[in-house]
Design a protein around this ligand. Structure first.
Ligand code: FAD
Ligand code: DLZ
Length: 518
């Protein structure tokens, strides 16, 4: 091999910059399954299976496409177990004159490549990942000199840059954002489209067996694995979403319903993040659905905003702020992550539902991640690093560039407000309004303190009281702090005592909150 083009597991795009730069006649592609990556955090078994199977299908596509390929499987006899070792072994095998990477999605991996480059005596190219619409440099230029890095303004620039939903210089429909129409709670008589799933083929069956044997202690279950592992199947998921779910995506984007993990969400994030789908193609397809007149603008705008807005923005934040970002802890939260995050063994119905579906599918939609598991961890004062490691492991779509800002920044406010203008903190009232989780919960959303009260209620006020020094000056929290200030001393004490008792039981590590609240 003249040049080795190294393709990581989340770079499964046929038009990847390195492949475009290479020459099939003389260059070769290296892909590696390595145990060290599987063990960085407690990855969901379905996530491991999805990645390894998609990687194996992708290398087959490249081989059929005429590339020389070198694929190191996890159980290859001499697999050294990490990227560094495997790249060095490949260099020894093929004696290339150059290595070519596309910039990886993780700061740690980029550092590894830089260290390797400094140590090898052949040139190493690191090409920009142009599957993203906003390059790292362009984001840094956008951020430069701004007092606040608010997504909404970034998003408008991305609309102008891409031309998506633009009518000349103006946004389609006369507004940039239709979120005001997008906050309907779901009713259980809605018709929810079933998710498109795929029967495992021989490659996937081998991978399922390997993951089952090699990672028996990892989070989640492999049962019912039905994720797409090829571009064609991911495209079929996109078609299915556009035709059946997108029209209601906006209306019920924030809603949560028992037994309905997806509602009208797309579940396209794993495919976008590993490269089976291209973000701009996905957005164009959604735009066509609007222009064709069969999908409302509030749905299409909301969906496109998630991709050219949030997705690009969080990547920009990640690269702008790493490596300091992962250590941020603005609220000095130190509590251990409760054990029930790994088991769903809690009697708080909302957490049980969301963690339960996470164990089963490796999926929860945005509001579930933000307002149930994220909200609880922040209110309870859990160490943001532990929360980050949980999210990075348990979701099939989790890669650090996208997971970390969403967790450290948006959901835990550990970055002190770089991403969010206020913490996404909510009491039971929000959960009961936006979901049906509270209906048969043993805790009551409308009971504020004492036995039987939903823990979110006292935790909410305890959180504000505990973090007064950092949060009270935030203008967007003026109202809740004013409400807290107007409460009688007895009422405030009651809240704080209820929260304290709950947190002590939580720290006890058992499910004692159950018995005590009975
Ligand atoms: P849809 O609701 O159908 O949205 C469409 C697409 O928009 C998604 O597929 C995704 O690509 C993009 N998108 C939506 N919201 C965001 C966002 N906030 N940031 C980036 N992209 C977004 N998303 C990940 O892809 N990987 C993660 O590891 C991840 N971790 C998260 C952790 C926390 C604490 C929170 C609050 C959010 C996280 N998100 C993450 C963002 C979001 O929850 C998921 O992208 C979304 O739930 C994926 O499901 P979906 O494909 O059905 O999304
Ligand atoms: C997450 C992951 C896992 C579990 N395994 C591999 C692997 O064996 N080979 C690979 O190329 N990538 C893997 N990944 C993704 C990487 O951890 C990392 O997120 C990406 O390489 C981006 O830098």
């Amino acid at each position: 091999m003249r040049h080795i083009l190294i393709v990581f597991g989340d770079q499964l795009s046929l038009d990847l910059a390195s492949l475009r730069s290479g020459d099939r006649a003389s260059d070769g592609v290296l892909m590696m399954e390595v145990a060290a990556e599987a063990r960085t955090v407690n990855h969901h078994k379905k996530k491991l299976a999805l990645l390894f199977s998609a990687m194996r299908h992708f290398i087959d596509d490249l081989t059929k496409d005429g590339w020389q390929t070198d694929y190191v499987s996890l159980d290859a006899p001499d697999n050294s177990g990490d990227f560094n070792g495997e790249i060095r072994r490949a260099v020894a095998r093929h004696n290339p004159s150059r290595l070519v990477f596309v910039e990886p999605g993780e700061w740690r991996v980029l550092e590894m490549i830089k260290a390797l480059a400094a140590d090898l005596d052949i040139p190493v190219d690191i090409l920009p990942d142009d599957r993203f619409l906003c390059s790292r440099d362009a984001f840094a230029r956008w951020a430069d000199g701004r007092r606040e890095l608010r997504m909404e303004y970034f998003y408008r620039d991305m609309r102008r840059q891409t031309g998506l939903l633009m009518e000349g210089e103006k946004p389609a429909g006369g507004r940039w954002n239709f979120d005001a129409e997008n906050r309907k709670p779901a009713q259980d008589d809605l018709f929810m489209p079933a998710l498109k799933t795929f029967k495992p083929d021989a490659i996937t069956r081998d991978v399922l067996e390997m993951v089952d044997q090699r990672f028996p202690d990892h989070f989640g279950t492999l049962a019912g694995f039905g994720y797409a592992v090829t571009r064609a199947d991911a495209e079929a998921c996109l078609d299915h979403f556009i035709n059946h779910a997108l029209p209601s995506f906006g209306d019920y984007q924030d809603a949560m319903l028992k037994g309905q993990p997806h509602l009208y969400h797309s579940l396209l994030s794993p495919y976008l993040n590993i490269g089976l789908l291209d973000p701009m193609d996905v957005c164009r397809r959604a735009e066509v659905a609007y222009l064709g007149g069969h999908t409302p603008l509030n749905a299409v705008e909301g969906f496109i905003r998630q991709i050219i807005g949030w997705r690009e923005y969080v990547r920009g934040i990640y690269w702008l702020k790493m490596p300091e970002y992962e250590g941020l802890n603005a609220l000095k939260a130190t509590r251990k992550l409760p054990d029930f995050y790994w088991t769903a063994d809690t009697d708080m119905a909302c957490l049980k539902e969301v963690i339960g579906q996470t164990l089963e599918h490796g999926y929860a939609h945005h509001i579930q991640r933000l307002m149930i598991t994220g909200n609880f961890a922040m209110l309870a004062g859990v160490d943001p690093r532990a929360v980050h490691e949980w999210y990075l492991g348990v979701y099939v779509d989790a890669f650090e560039w996208v997971e970390m800002p969403n967790t450290i920044g948006m959901s835990q406010f550990a970055d002190g407000g770089i991403m969010a203008s206020k913490p996404y903190a909510a009491s039971a009232n929000y959960i009961s309004r936006m979901s049906d989780y509270c209906e048969n919960c043993r805790y009551r959303a409308d009971v504020k303190t004492g036995n039987g009260a939903c823990p979110f209620n006292a935790l909410y006020w305890d959180f504000l009281d505990r973090n007064r020094d950092v949060l009270a000056k935030n203008p967007r929290l003026r109202n809740p702090y004013a409400t807290w200030g107007r409460m009688s001393v007895e009422k405030r004490d009651d809240y704080l005592r209820t929260a304290q008792a709950f947190l002590e039981r939580l720290d006890g590590g058992s499910q004692k909150e159950t018995e005590a609240a009975a």
